[in-house]
Ligand binder design. Structure first.
Ligand code: PGA
Length: 252
């Protein structure tokens, strides 16, 4: 049975103390929740990862990285490798977030390399993708998402799917306050699952968790999560407050 996941992408927010306070707050909020088959994930910035891992050790919070470099090591100033992440206890990494694509010019090819490097190193990949507003308006959203999947992740081996989580994040909904309607999310998630089924097997497709991301809030989470192919969310802004994030976790 596929897992439900609520993941908080903290982006470039929270210094050391703020990270500590947020994790402490979140721990308190969720310590008594029955989280059967539900994973709670947070992605702090690189500098706060190790302390966050240590702080979360005795809790039901998993700490993941927001990015990594595709190369093993070497002259890549400012970058972080899979080995480095593993050495501090990180087990999963977000790859392909729309901000990495648009601000840091990570294209499909680079993202395919990152996916391969992460999986080869035994890291779980939380792979993000989604269409831009123009593609949605011109009814090309399914085509665009299909192409992003094909170019960066559909080449992986069947056995690697157990280490993949998909996160559909329409670019027009990220940080804009505008959310895909539950129907739009369901249409896309069913399409994505079908793409995986067609390229691999129905069993693999049925077992992969597909998260929705883009302006998920306590007020809209329950409706979005109620859709059969929506297995949880990747939350930006609303994951920065323990009360809001835990309200979203309670909605799953
Ligand atoms: P948002 O961000 O919830 O602030 O829209 C989502 C994301 O970027 O993952």
């Amino acid at each position: 049975m596929r897992q439900k996941i609520v993941a908080g992408n903290w982006k470039m927010n929270n210094d050391k103390e703020e990270t500590k306070t947020l994790i402490e707050g979140l721990k308190k909020e969720i310590e008594n929740l029955p989280l059967d088959n539900t994973r709670v994930i947070v992605a702090p910035s690189f500098v706060n990862l190790e302390s966050a891992v240590n702080q979360s050790e005795d809790s039901n919070i998993e700490v993941v990285a927001q990015n990594m470099h595709q190369t093993k090591n070497g002259a890549y100033t400012g970058e972080v490798s899979a080995d480095m992440l593993k050495s501090i206890g990180i087990k999963s990494v977000i790859i392909g977030h729309s901000e990495r694509r648009s601000i840091f010019n990570e294209n499909d090819e680079i993202l395919a390399e990152k996916v391969d490097a992460a999986l080869a190193n035994g890291l779980e990949v939380i792979f993000c993708f989604g269409e831009k507003l123009e593609e949605r308006k011109t009814d090309n959203h399914l085509l665009e998402v299909g192409s992003q999947l094909k170019n960066s992740i559909l080449h992986i081996a069947a056995e690697d799917w157990k280490n993949v989580v998909l996160a559909y994040e329409p670019v027009w909904a990220i940080g804009t306050g505008e959310t895909a309607s539950p129907e739009q999310a369901q249409e896309m998630h069913a399409f994505i699952r079908n793409v995986v089924a067609k390229n691999f097997t129905q069993e693999i497709a049925d077992n992969v968790s597909i998260l929705y991301g883009g302006s998920v809030k306590p007020t809209n989470a329950e409706e979005i999560f109620s859709k059969p192919d929506v297995d949880g969310g990747l939350i930006g802004g609303a994951s920065l407050k323990a009360t809001d994030f835990s309200a979203i976790i309670k909605a799953i």
